[in-house]
Design a protein around this ligand. Structure first.
Ligand code: GTP
Ligand code: K
Ligand code: MG
Length: 443
């Protein structure tokens, strides 16, 4: 039997041990499985208590069982859900029993969702939203993923695609009529008007895109500077825990240390690096090399100095904020060097002075880079690329229509194809369907 037609099962809740574990079974054998284990097939969608038994009638666990007959289930197949006690031995016994059935096997990653997609339960953008929702760490990421899961991008893409197919049908009809010396211009102009409107709408969504895409990945902030200026102390303050070793010895930090923070809903990765200086110690040299490399990749560099006030290193394009640390010590009021550009902060990392201002500024910066978290529909590069392709095809359609309607129609087909790929379903038959349904050209 093809793996696609086999029945799959998996632990759908977190890793054991846990109070309760959910094991899902999906596929044609699910009914047979549930009646063998629970002694009956429960009434659909009703929580039913049952003693689960293995194939030798030995009890496995006292469980709650749910039965979702196809097609009204998450995957569109017959689905059984077993809520058991989340112990490793319970799950091992249950899995061993499930595996003993013919054509029943453990699921591949994402296979339940894949089946749901194949059975038309969700489109590809919704499936991606589901994946993002599961992996969302911050509230803003969660809200964006939920918008995708609710199908907002999918709904728009379906609407655009339907309208492209309508415009295409108008042009195709013009082509067919033109042989008979008919009225193509009257069909082409309304088609073009639709294409222009569509293009404008898609461009609005594309403008918002960069931000929501970045919201998924988050912002990277690197703390860099000379040795011993208090970089690790600042890191620990931002993380609110002791992630990095602090000591009075210059050259304490050697590796790049990262923490993931949720700053006001924005995912921010803060990186603490080795103090940058010339050194003969090969280990420290490597630390300095890594520090420079990571600072170059960062979205924002906090260049920390103390009273000695060393100048920041040039970091190319990305903003570098100069942060004067240890203002609790003498010399802190000394003005910064004349040449300094960009924002300047004065803090005491160990005492906490100025930290709330610095954090607020980082949140502002995140908002500028990542957007307010509302309105962004595109969460992924795949989606953006396909929407860009769609826009390019629509623009070309407008550009080439003077050279011939066939060329324009071809571009519209390409645009519809890109949106079809965005939704994960490509069937050019739609175009023909609309022509036949709405125009009945000829016969
Ligand atoms: N007075 C004062 N001391 C501080 C402050 N911040 C850090 N220190 C001290 O400065 C010393 C160096 O701090 P670290 O955080 O280890 O500095 P670092 O920049 O990470 O040092 P390396 O990793 O070695 O480059 C420690 O003794 C800290 O306690 C501050 O705001 N005021
Ligand atoms: K140090
Ligand atoms: Mg350090």
């Amino acid at each position: 039997m093809h793996p696609r037609d086999q029945t799959i099962f998996a632990l759908s809740s977190g890793q054991p041990p846990s109070a309760i574990a959910l094991v899902r079974v999906s596929g044609a054998q699910a009914g047979k499985v549930v009646s063998a284990l629970a002694g009956k097939v429960p009434s659909p969608r009703t929580a039913t208590r049952a003693l689960l038994r293995d194939l030798g009638q030995r009890p496995i666990d006292d469980a709650v069982v749910l039965w979702f007959p196809a097609p009204a289930s998450a995957t569109g197949e017959d689905v059984a859900e077993f809520y058991v006690h989340g112990g490793r031995a319970v799950l091992a016994a249950l899995f061993a029993t499930l595996s003993a059935f013919d054509n029943v096997r453990p699921a591949e990653p994402g296979e339940f969702t894949r089946r749901a997609f194949e059975n038309g339960k969700l489109d590809l953008t919704e499936a991606e939203g589901l994946d993002d929702l599961i992996h969302a760490d911050t509230d803003r990421q969660r809200r964006q993923a939920l918008r995708q899961l609710k199908g907002l991008l999918g709904d728009k893409a379906r609407d655009w695609r339907a309208r492209i197919i309508e415009a295409s049908a108008l042009i195709e009809a013009g082509i067919d009529f033109s042989d008979e010396g008919d009225v193509p211009a009257e069909l082409i102009e309304p088609a073009l008007a639709r294409v222009r409107g569509l293009l404008a709408e898609i461009e609005v969504v594309l403008v918002e895109q960069g931000r929501s895409e970045r919201l998924r990945d988050g912002l990277v902030v690197a703390i860099a500077g000379p040795p011993n200026v208090g970089k690790s102390t600042l890191m620990n303050q931002l993380a609110r825990r002791e992630v990095a070793i602090v000591s009075p010895h210059a050259g304490t930090t050697r590796d790049v240390i990262e923490v993931q923070l949720d700053l006001d809903g924005y995912p921010v990765t803060v990186i603490d690096t080795a103090g940058i200086r010339e050194t003969d110690d090969p280990v420290e040299q490597e630390g300095v090399r890594r520090a420079r490399a990571r600072a170059v990749d960062a979205d924002l560099v906090l260049w920390l100095t103390d009273a000695s006030g060393a100048e920041s290193e040039g970091n190319g394009e990305r903003p570098v904020w100069r942060v004067r640390n240890k203002i609790d010590l003498d010399g802190a009021d000394r003005p910064l060097a004349e040449s300094s550009v960009g924002r300047v902060f004065r803090i005491s990392a160990s005492r906490g002075d100025g930290l709330s201002e610095l954090i607020a500024a980082i949140v502002d910066f995140a908002q500028t880079c990542l957007g307010g978290g509302e309105g962004g529909l595109i969460g992924r590069t795949r989606q953006r690329k396909l929407l860009q392709e769609t826009a390019v095809s629509l623009q070309r359609c407008i550009d080439v229509v003077g050279e011939g309607e066939e060329l324009a129609a071809e571009e519209l087909r390409a645009a519809a194809y890109s949106l079809g790929r965005l939704l994960g379903r490509v069937d050019v038959e739609d175009i023909l369907d609309v022509i036949f349904r709405e125009f009945c050209v000829g016969k």
